[in-house]
Design a protein around this ligand. Structure first.
Ligand code: HSE
Length: 429
């Protein structure tokens, strides 16, 4: 016999609207597969008069978002409004009232995850967020459940489709950053205000969540160092390709005996690495562990339908738990692991310098690297008029040592420009 579950939705943008349409339009196939029927009973929005691309009965759309979480006919709350406020307090209210909550809000989870997860645990209800990272890619459940027994060492992710699209365009078309961004905006891959994506902030929130789940140590958004792609130059894309690398914005989460770390920055990725082949707006997460060796998850990281599929899976999961009637044990716990500061993490660097092409310049540069404790692996030179582009790839050294070397290069009179500094996914890091 079908059971009907009341849904309260917070937010009705691209994902929320798609979810409503699918809960109605695909109700028979969902019921056939799960034995569950869903009824959207309240939808909290900022402007209830705005035209929508879905139809619901009178009074369901409301600007009173609090009423969505307190309505007794709402059994499960789905938060797809985004942002920290009022989403966080609405979710806490719902959880404390004993309602399961599904959220796609990576910014909120990366900022207040332990508080929300504890509130759910105290209430004995699920708090699920499969859609928060990687859109339609199943990655939260694999990390927190399927791989709970694996000692994951490292997670590498391409978790922002906008930046991967821009970098792929620069690579494929030889386009500059500004032109590739404009094209991404024209095609709807990039937001009119792309700051959160191109600055790396969106990927940093996702890296915080991935690291926390992979290592069982809470890593919040404030713990994640990030850099975006705004200073990536078409020349670097071309040089990197010539040396057998693709430039990607990579979320790196790793665990060593010293502790855990998560960071986001552009990287030269060797072209035979699985992440190098992830093109366009596609996302991918590459997981390494001693027993599984490596796993690659890839697919659409954004968009109404893929993200709504992830939300629907959580809604069905939460509905099954609710109907089972038992107190739900928390699926995630965090220990007290140490977060290693980024400065203490070994990194390898690609450095492009514009220098005078004259005797002794390379020796001065090499000397500064040496004094900082950084060993050089490879050097290329390309003459440009009376100057030269000098490209140096280093061995692994602490991030702090690499930064010291770069700072001291700026003091050499023959070094006119430290044009680019990009980390490398190399053999030692
Ligand atoms: N704006 C993100 C992206 C999707 O471009 O991947 C939502 O996190």
């Amino acid at each position: 016999m079908e059971q009907t579950i009341g849904i309260g939705l917070l937010g009705a943008g691209t994902v929320g609207g798609t979810l409503v349409r699918r809960l109605v339009g695909e109700s028979s196939s969902i019921a056939a597969k799960t034995g569950l029927a869903f009824d959207v009973r309240r939808i909290g929005v900022r402007d209830a008069t705005r035209p929508r691309d879905f139809e619901v009965g009178a009074g369901i759309l409301t600007e009173d978002t609090q009423s969505v979480v307190t309505d007794p006919s709402v059994d499960i709350v789905v938060e797809v409004m985004g942002g920290l406020d009022p989403a966080g307090d609405l979710i806490l209210t719902a959880l404390r009232a004993g309602k399961p909550v599904i959220s796609a809000n990576k910014e909120l989870i990366a900022a207040r995850g332990p508080e929300l997860i504890s509130a759910a645990a105290e209430a004995g209800v699920p708090f699920l967020f499969e859609a928060a990272v990687g859109g339609g890619i199943p990655i939260i459940r694999p990390l927190s459940e399927t791989l709970a027994g694996e000692s994951i060492d490292r997670v590498l992710g391409i978790v922002n489709g906008t930046t991967n699209y821009i970098l792929s365009q620069m690579d494929d078309e030889g386009a500059g950053y500004a032109d590739a961004l404009a094209e991404a905006q024209r095609l709807g891959f990039a937001e009119p205000d792309p700051t959160a994506d191109v600055s790396g902030a969106d990927a940093a929130a996702k890296a915080a969540i991935l690291a926390s789940l992979a290592f069982g140590t809470w890593v919040g958004s404030d713990d994640v160092y990030y850099e975006g792609i705004t200073s990536i130059d078409a020349d670097d894309i071309a040089f990197a390709a010539g040396f057998g690398y693709r430039i990607k914005l990579v979320a790196v989460c790793d665990r060593t005996d010293a502790g855990v770390n998560a960071r986001v920055h552009p990287m030269l990725v060797p072209e035979d690495h699985p992440l190098a082949g992830i093109r366009g707006a596609t996302n991918a997460v590459f997981i390494e562990g001693p027993a599984i060796d490596s796993l690659l998850f890839s697919g659409p990281g954004a968009g109404g339908d893929p993200t709504a599929t992830a939300v629907l899976g959580d809604v069905i999961d939460a509905a099954r738990e609710t109907l089972a009637g038992a107190q739900v044990a928390p699926r995630i716990r965090f220990g007290n692991g140490h977060i290693v500061p980024f400065e203490e993490i070994p990194t390898e660097w690609y450095v492009r310098l514009v220098v005078d092409d004259q005797p002794g310049v390379l020796a001065s540069i090499a000397s500064e690297f040496g004094k900082a404790g950084v060993s050089i692996r490879q050097v290329w030179q390309e003459d440009v008029d009376d100057r030269a582009s000098l490209i140096i790839v280093t061995h692994g050294s602490l991030e702090s040592e690499q930064r010291t070397a770069i700072d001291s290069l700026k003091g050499i009179p023959e070094v006119h420009d430290v044009a680019s500094v990009i980390r490398v996914l190399g053999p030692e890091t």
